[in-house]
Design a protein around this ligand. Structure first.
Ligand SMILES: Cc1cc2nc3c(=O)[nH]c(=O)nc-3n(C[C@H](O)[C@H](O)[C@H](O)COP(=O)(O)OP(=O)(O)OC[C@H]3O[C@@H](n4cnc5c(N)ncnc54)[C@H](O)[C@@H]3O)c2cc1C
Length: 400
């Protein structure tokens, strides 16, 4: 509870007053990222020896939720969730030198660390990626393109830079998803952009505070010490990373949904029509509110159950559970939370009436921001359905 309170206090002071400006200007100020680093909001589950807090996935989820509440466009929460989830996986599988070099800078907010998996021919088909990595002595030469990747501008603006947990093809094509290797792709380091990385930034409709773009890799060199884990096991590490990151995504959208519900209570109590009746007195409004409230609470419980299980597996190392036991609980919360929040925004905007259709009303910022996750950021919703169906019905019946 004390952790949640301290995050909330921080958010009230430094994020809430700025969130509209963050969305409107399309930038999280670098000094806010640094402040979040100083506050210990980045790399929460990373060990203290690498600059993290040595905390839990549940704590990272609490941080994502509170930040999602105080910046309901979710941009600031996206920065935080990426820089908690992916550094956590990076620590689990990377070599010592890479960890010592990269993680403390990410934890301090001096460098960004995200995920680069998606390619233009379809993000859901991870096994079908085309980016290649070919080993020459102790260096890998990477060629290809990644797209819809978050953090491109942040890497360029942060003092140290940063990079990605990137997956590329390294084995024989017939190995399918077993020919993928993961790398720490550090594209700007110690303030210098590395040769062979050509980024582009997209103009986005929502959560504009954090950038999304694409990049090409042309003979981009990665030393073998930056390889993550074993060769040709990258697909499995990526899936594990998605499991952790998706819990935090769900938490961030729940934060935003809670904010939207609070706005709704205020509005439907005070908007008066038909001889001064509050619109909350109409069952068409109040019953809908109750439904939405219950959907969000259900999503919240699913999210913290997944976080609890992740802590059992990764933090407590409880041998009763295996990593793949997380698949369904995580898919459930990633499926439910963004959808519940999107529905809340749609209804809130209808309750606001015409006011919602102007930029004086900020509800659209939360709606468009959280919709990024209904659309498919951190995994399309149908992929969540596929994970659940395969596990519960059986993969021999349910094909991708
Ligand atoms: C704002 C934003 C930020 C993002 N940031 C990142 C990032 O930082 N790093 C990164 O790697 N990626 C990022 N992504 C990309 C994201 O991971 C992809 O959007 C996602 O994986 C889906 O890929 P796609 O958009 O190419 O859609 P596709 O894979 O082409 O899917 C299109 C549609 O087909 C459906 N579909 C696909 N396969 C199946 C199936 N087997 N069964 C039923 N339906 C199916 C999907 O549900 C979807 O509706 C981001 C996306 C957004 C919107």
């Amino acid at each position: 509870m004390r952790f949640r309170e301290s995050v909330r206090e921080f958010c009230k002071r430094y994020i809430e007053p700025k969130w509209v400006e963050i969305d409107e200007r399309g930038r999280i100020p670098v000094d806010l990222i640094k402040k979040m680093g100083e506050q210990g909001l980045l790399a929460i589950p990373v060990s203290e020896e690498y600059g993290g807090m040595g905390g839990t996935i549940t704590m990272a989820a609490i941080a994502a939720e509170e930040i999602g509440y105080h910046d309901p466009s979710v941009a600031t929460a996206v920065y935080v969730l990426l820089n908690n989830g992916w550094p956590f996986l990076m620590e689990k599988y990377s070599g010592e030198e890479a960890k010592q070099e990269i993680l403390p800078k990410v934890a301090k907010g001096d460098a960004f660390y995200g995920i680069a998996s998606t390619e233009s021919h379809g993000g859901s088909d991870v096994a079908g990626i085309k980016t290649t990595a070919v080993k020459k002595n102790s260096t890998w030469i990477l060629n290809g393109e990644k797209t819809y990747i978050s953090g491109i501008r942040e890497i360029q603006e942060l003092p140290e830079g940063g990079g990605y947990f990137l997956v590329a093809k390294t084995g024989k094509p017939e190995y399918g998803h077993r020919n993928i290797t993961a790398f720490n792709l550090i594209v700007k380091w110690n303030g210098k952009v590395k040769a062979g990385w050509k980024p582009t930034i997209f103009e986005e409709i929502g959560r504009r505070g954090i950038s999304t773009g694409s990049f090409t890799l042309e003979d981009f060199e990665v030393e073998d010490k930056y390889r993550i884990g074993e060769e040709n096991k990258g697909f499995y590490y990526l899936m594990e990373g998605f499991n952790v990151a998706r819990i935090l995504v769900a938490a961030a959208t729940i934060g935003s949904g809670r904010w939207a519900l609070d706005q709704a209570v205020e509005w439907i109590r005070n908007r008066r029509l038909f001889e001064g009746r509050s619109i909350a007195s109409f069952q068409g409004v109040s019953f809908k509110f109750s439904e939405l409230y219950s959907e969000l609470e259900a999503a919240r419980l699913l999210t913290y159950r997944a976080a609890w299980l992740a802590d059992k597996i990764y933090v407590e190392k409880d041998s009763r559970w295996r990593e793949r036991d997380l698949n369904v609980p995580v898919a459930l919360c990633k499926l439910k939370a963004p959808e519940a929040t999107s529905k809340i925004y749609e209804e809130l905007m209808k309750w606001y009436g015409a006011y919602a259709y102007t930029k004086d009303c900020n509800a659209f910022r939360g709606w468009l921001g959280t919709f990024s996750y209904t659309i498919g950021a951190e995994g399309a919703q149908n992929i969540m359905r596929l994970i659940i169906a395969r596990d519960i019905i059986g993969s021999e019946y349910v094909k991708g």
